[in-house]
Design a protein around this ligand. Structure first.
Ligand code: NAD
Length: 469
């Protein structure tokens, strides 16, 4: 997806073949103001915020039903919009369905605190919606990221202005359409379209927006936090990562290698939790690295709907340029490119934004390639001597989103899992995600937790009430 030359529309391009699939009108400043005004009108007058929780839950379940009914076409659309293999796109629609169902359940059962009568008064808390919240999402998993914000924000009683990425604008309008058909009051969920630097920035600065939920890059998150800080508007920030994936000498080697491969090359590495730094205990370094490289070389890189595809194209041609530049810098830093490091050629490869699975080693943990997010199919491998060395190297980045640990020792897993600075720790597994389990980052990987009860509380403010008796 790219802005068209006159900037009044976005042109959606299929990264698998470079063909245009749709044009989307960019929201003007006047339209943005009107959308926020309508959202406030809906918030105050449609009765959503005061609806009994079980009635709100019925609508959220109906949205889940609507998504389920259109699962295949939504998955196909996401595949065309960002090039992920069709199986992964189906999984993302499933995740969105599960998110609406989960928050339907949560909004029915959410309890607040009551302090029993103390003499002549009793106090308790209620959760109030903010009013109009802004949800700003990235391009890597549009339907899933949109649902992760929209479902809890609606469950808490808010109206939502959703701004998807200019690189993947096609799924958000589908979600809004399905929600309306499912019985969500009009204007409670509206989509605005455009580039981050204009429509996104205008949304964040708009006085009608009372809370901002953002998923995207750390640089953007920081810019949004600055504006929100000035306005004293709460923010939830889900940002980037450079997650360590650790293999100890006693690990179940076969499963560890399979998880390392899926952890970085799934979604072509365009996942915030991609295990992009592989730490291998020194005594098994060469052996495990050779297994990882052999498997990376054998991955089936193909069209996203091809039989047996393991990695599709990157989400856009300009993103492939960024990944290419990242690898060239690693080469210039002195990294050994053990596989990949190139654009494949011939046949379908010549039309799409493909890049080969890439494994690099020979760099210190402090090198830029080991510190910065590639957000692509690029794995850097590093040896470690012992636990202390591992923890120092693994924690030595500005990020802290996730980590994976492979060991048969429960005690080591516990020690290392507690010591690593990461919001999610996977032990003898990787990239699992459950809607009921909070998700978010330490350090520059974010502020706040999505999913679970925490994920709903982001969109609610606590009101304390006292009753004289
Ligand atoms: P991005 O930061 O460039 O853009 C994300 C969204 O922010 C887009 O909708 C964009 O239009 C908007 N935006 C950009 N500048 C803005 C501004 N000044 N004001 C308001 N909105 C603005 O990120 P991206 O390239 O779309 O996505 C990739 C990044 O997202 C990676 O860093 C990845 O790790 C991160 N990510 C994080 C998570 C998570 O849950 N932690 C999940 C997915 C992706």
């Amino acid at each position: 997806m790219a802005p068209s030359p006159d900037s009044s529309e976005l042109i959606s391009t299929n990264p698998a073949n470079g063909e245009e699939i749709a044009r989307v009108a960019v929201t003007s400043a006047t339209e943005l103001n009107a959308a926020i005004e309508r959202a406030w009108q809906a918030f105050h007058h449609c009765g959503w915020k005061s609806l009994l929780p079980h009635k709100r839950a019925l609508v959220l379940h109906a949205i889940a039903d609507g998504l389920a009914a259109e699962k295949e076409s939504l998955a196909q659309l996401q595949m065309q919009d960002n090039g992920k293999p069709l199986g992964e796109c189906r999984g993302m629609v499933d995740s969105a369905i599960g998110t609406f169902r989960y928050y339907a359940g949560v909004c029915e059962t959410l309890e607040t605190d009551v302090t029993p009568a103390r003499g002549d008064y009793v106090s308790f808390t209620v959760l109030e919606p903010f009013g109009v919240v802004a949800a700003i999402t990235p391009w890597n998993s549009p339907i899933m990221n949109d649902a992760t914000k929209v479902a809890p924000a609606l469950a808490a009683g808010n109206a939502v202005i959703l701004k998807p990425s200019e690189d993947s604008p096609l799924l958000a309008p589908e979600l809004a359409r399905i929600a309306l058909a499912a019985g969500l009051p009009k204007d409670l969920l509206q989509v605005v379209q455009g580039r981050g630097c204009d429509v996104g920035a205008a949304l964040v600065a708009h006085p009608g927006v009372r809370m901002i939920s953002f998923t995207g890059g750390t640089v953007t998150g920081r810019a949004i936090a600055r504006v929100a800080g000035d306005r004293l508007v709460p923010t939830a920030l889900e940002l980037g990562g450079k997650s360590p994936h650790v293999v100890f000498a006693d690990a179940d080697r076969e499963h560890a290698v399979a998880a390392v491969i899926a952890g970085i090359f799934g979604s072509a590495g365009q996942s915030c939790v991609a295990g992009s730094r592989l730490f291998i205990e020194a005594s098994i370094y060469e052996e495990v690295l050779a297994q990882v490289v052999a498997r990376a070389k054998s991955l089936r890189v193909a069209l996203p709907d091809a039989e047996g595809v393991e990695m599709g194209p990157l989400a856009s041609f300009h993103h492939r340029d960024r990944v290419t530049a990242f690898v060239e810098r690693a080469r210039a830093e002195g990294g050994r490119i053990l596989c990949g490091g190139a654009i494949p050629t011939g046949g379908e490869y010549d039309k799409g934004a493909f890049y080969l699975p890439t494994v690099i080693d020979g760099l210190p943990a402090t090198a830029a390639s080991c510190q910065e997010e590639a957000f692509g199919p690029v794995l850097v491998a590093l040896p470690f001597k012992d636990e202390a060395d591992l923890i120092a190297q693994a924690n030595g980045t500005a990020f802290g989103l996730a980590c994976g640990i492979w060991t048969e020792s429960f005690k080591r897993a516990w020690r290392v899992g507690r010591a690593l600075e990461a919001g999610s720790v996977w032990i003898n597994t990787y990239k699992q995600s459950v809607t009921s389990t909070p998700f978010g980052g330490f350090k520059n990987s974010g502020v706040g937790r999505e999913k679970g009860i925490d994920g709903l509380k982001l969109y609610a403010q606590v009101k304390s009430m006292y009753f004289g008796l």
